[in-house]
Design a protein around this ligand. Sequence first.
Ligand SMILES: Cc1cc2nc3c(=O)[nH]c(=O)nc-3n(C[C@H](O)[C@H](O)[C@H](O)COP(=O)(O)OP(=O)(O)OC[C@H]3O[C@@H](n4cnc5c(N)ncnc54)[C@H](O)[C@@H]3O)c2cc1C
Length: 613
Amino acid sequence: MSGWKECLRLLRLIPVGVIGSGSLLALSGGGQSGGQTAALCDEGSNADRRAALEVLKRYQESLKEDSVVNESSADSSSSVALELQKIEDSLSNAKAAVEKYYRYQARHILDKYYEDMTRKGLSAPAPERPAAKANTTEGAPADARSVNPKKEQPRYLPADETFGNFSEASSPVCVPYVIIGGGTTAWSAVQAIHEKDKGASVLIISDESYPPYNRTPLSKERWSAEDDDLNFVDFMGRKRSLLYSYSRQVGEHRRSSILLNSRVKKLDLENSSIETEDGQVVQYQSLLIATGGKAHPVESVHQDLGSDALQHRVMSFRTIDDFKALDKLVRDPNTKSVCIVGGGFLGAELACSLKRIAKLNDVQVTLMFPEPGPLFKLIPRYLSEFLTYKLAVAGVKVMPSSIVTGARESPEKRDSVELDVVSFTKKTLETDAVVVAVGIQPQDKLAEDAGLEVDQINGGVVVNAELQAANGVFAAGDVASFWDAALGRRRVEHWDHALVSGRIAGDNMAGGKSMYGVQSMYWCDLSSIGVHFEAVGLQSSKLDTVGVWNLKEPSRFENRPGSFSRNKYECGIVWYMKGKRIVGALLWNMPREALQEARQIIGKRSWRTLSSG
Ligand SMILES: Cc1cc2nc3c(=O)[nH]c(=O)nc-3n(C[C@H](O)[C@H](O)[C@H](O)COP(=O)(O)OP(=O)(O)OC[C@H]3O[C@@H](n4cnc5c(N)ncnc54)[C@H](O)[C@@H]3O)c2cc1C
């Protein structure tokens, strides 16, 4: 396989570069320059302004209606009260919409300021100030956290004392470090807290029934494991557990615990406390919001499913329990078909994995999505076409440009689902199981309800460079909207980001002042069809791309005039461009060392300087 250097050599010497289509200007709509973030900001602001104007218009109309009501039925006080209530509602809606609009503007201006500073080569931006909140020290450095002097002095129980019988413990329980969510971010943060504050008491509260585990093998390696437990074999051939183990520091002190099957329903910033759904109140000194995301539902698939049995046949895929449910279904001899809705990473990975094991039972695997090809929103069209071809060769039934508009019990087969599909024509598709894999929603409602700022464009809790959302409150992982010095404000859903941001947040919770400045990577493993790629920075098929490929020699058949060699993308790099700036890289079947180099390049070099030296 040709390596990174070989690809660069090819780029300079041989004209094999492929220029992708798509333009950033199209995104901004008004022919403005300024990048995707700015363009999206503009879009968001305008939409909000329109919403605000709409509400104001309705308010004016309701004023007119009100005068009519008063003239015609002066004695009808109840209807007047009703109308007054309407006006009040309209007014508060208008106020909220206008406030939201100004929040957009403020965030936009702040982010532009950071972008300018970065472009001018000034040092890393100073930590941002979170929006003004009651009882939060705006933008205060991490070491300025203090417990509200007015309230009762918290009692710090070793967290492990609360483990197992937490619901019986006297309320409120006080723990110095509390983490909401029990995923990779939480696990990584616990390690960092213990490294900095030896013997610290940390309480993780998770609504899942497993302690923190690695989700990434669930759509890939776990499907190859023969046994029934929580193991998988990694790419080095080592047998590993999905469940994370803890470093010696955490184990030795035994002062950290995890409360499982417990969901936090309220965050009270004023009293530095959280409340679980079963009414337990826990006070914290330092809090991490690591709530990740939850699977996006597809309303049209979920709404008309009557029986429980049928509900079980339509699932999202994010947890160990989801894996177990799907695994059981696919191995059931009565299951003859599975339909995956969604053509992103998860959908494509699952299709490959299922097809591999489904061969045993002769199960038909369908991958259905509205875009023209798999991963179409992220990779150039030619690669998406290439993937369509490879998936089809592997036996996956690929249905591009298809939207599910309804679902019900099949009239033909008991316990099967009939999907209404709008594709080039309207049709129905009968299947024994449906996996909905259409992305996630960040779980930021808890934070928003508490008054923390939520990113109106990308979703997620807005944090500063130290991953701080407010005084003593941090957010990291999939749920955090963070400032990326090279690429602007972002929220990403990557394992590597969860690991690194969790570590930095944990360190800062324990008094550190680390800034988040890592270009996190992610990977997609479709090795059963010969594709594995890693990526850093921004990937969007709306950006211009430059592909550098080590082309495989086409076979005699493929070389015939007019034929298209579909096997050619053996290994290469796709660079994503914003103007002349390289903002992202996708490393297709490339060796690991290329990743580090790509990380250095993102946001720093133009295409011209790269190709000339
Ligand atoms: C099947 C699958 C495959 C993936 N493969 C890859 C890959 O190949 N490469 C890659 O880079 N990334 C991959 N990812 C994404 C990666 O796993 C995530 O980015 C990472 O798990 C994010 O970690 P997190 O801790 O921030 O959030 P999560 O893992 O979502 O954890 C959040 C936890 O918080 C809990 N929670 C939420 N709200 C509350 C509440 N109010 N109270 C209590 N608990 C709460 C949730 O139940 C969950 O347990 C994959 C994800 C999935 C699902």
